[in-house]
Write a protein that binds this ligand. Structure first.
Ligand code: SF4
Length: 332
């Protein structure tokens, strides 16, 4: 069963903040706030196209859903109602800020069939949150997670890596603290510096210097591995491919297949460990990985095979469903 979303992007309406990295119009690709009728139209069309509506949610993403004007939030939720239930979509998911969660709004969301809430935690360091003008603390994240769980919603957490004043160690620490909150899902967003944001200003002034791209791939690979080991589903790693982002980017870590790069790095690391510890001498080796992951293990343009060839290993990859995702086994 494959879960999918019907995404409705809500621009930066009503959010009282301006985080250092935020240009919601570019990130969501949306400049127009959809009306209730437009939501109905999107859902009607999707219902005719989606193969498994019972595994599909209507997703209000892009801005801070519970921070938009209340009448508008209700208009959108109301519009979604006729598309929920038997033979229609499974529920609604939305993304919002940790300090825009309270009992009153959670009760409303529950009443309107919201099933999952994703919180933009971004960092669990108060210093990093403040430097990036998030306007909330790590403790707000912990409290909001507790309330969301108490009301029985599925919990998603989003974190960013490479933020202004955040070191790789801070990013790892954020990942560890997020994992401890036991979310059902996580999204990992390495920073993308968009023109016109405060982060871009800091970058042009030389006050913010993003680390090398490959280092960020390695770091995100490690973070993905940590979440996966804890049974937390990583539903996104890297911003979704978008022409807006490509046009408006000043610096940072955008790649249309960022997740695949991280997964290839993860396999490379694990394969290297197995080869150096279990193979007495260099030469040919057959490594088994989960059948769904053969292309991830091979890497883009066979980069991993090439990597090992240069180090004296002639590696072949085969599929074996008994091998967990991201792991590999040496075939004797
Ligand atoms: S809270 Fe979200 S919408 Fe508001 S400024 Fe920050 S990133 Fe943008």
């Amino acid at each position: 069963m494959k879960h999918s979303n019907i995404s409705v992007f809500i621009p930066h309406i009503g959010c009282p903040h301006m985080c250092s990295f935020c240009d919601q119009r570019t990130i969501s690709g949306a400049q127009h706030a959809p009306t209730g009728d437009e939501v109905r139209e999107i859902c009607r069309r999707a219902l005719g196209e989606v193969r498994e509506p019972e595994n599909t949610e209507i997703a209000f993403f892009g801005g801070s859903f519970t921070a938009i004007p209340r009448d508008y939030m209700l208009e959108l939720l109301e519009a979604a109602q006729e598309f929920l239930g038997e033979g229609r979509f499974r529920g609604i998911r939305c993304s919002t800020r940790p300090d825009c969660i309270d009992r009153e709004v959670l009760e409303l969301l529950k009443r309107y069939g919201v099933t999952a809430i994703e919180l933009g935690a971004q960092s669990m360091s108060d210093e990093v949150l403040e430097a990036n003008e998030r306007g909330h603390t790590a403790d707000d994240v912990v409290k909001a997670c507790g309330l969301i769980r108490e009301y029985g919603f599925e919990l998603g957490l989003q974190m960013m890596t490479g933020l202004y004043k955040s070191s790789p160690a801070d990013d790892m620490d954020t990942a560890v603290k997020i994992a401890a909150l036991r979310p059902d899902t996580v999204r990992i967003y390495p920073v993308v510096v968009l023109k016109g944001t405060r982060l871009a200003e800091l970058f042009y002034k030389g006050e913010y210097r993003p680390a090398p791209f490959d280092d960020m791939v390695e770091l995100c690979a490690e973070i993905m591995s940590l979440f996966t080991e804890k049974g937390i589903r990583v539903i996104k790693c890297g911003l979704h491919a978008s022409e807006f982002v490509e046009q408006d980017m000043a610096a940072g870590y955008y790649h249309p297949a960022f997740r695949e790069l991280c997964e290839a790095a993860l396999y490379r690391r694990n394969m290297l460990r197995i080869l150096t510890t279990e193979l007495p001498c260099k030469g040919s080796a057959v490594l088994a990985v989960n059948s769904r992951c053969i292309s991830k293990a091979v890497g883009q343009k066979k980069s991993n095979i090439e990597y090992f060839r240069k180090r004296g290993y002639d590696v072949s990859i085969v599929g074996d469903d008994s091998v967990p995702v991201y792991e590999c086994k040496l075939r004797r």
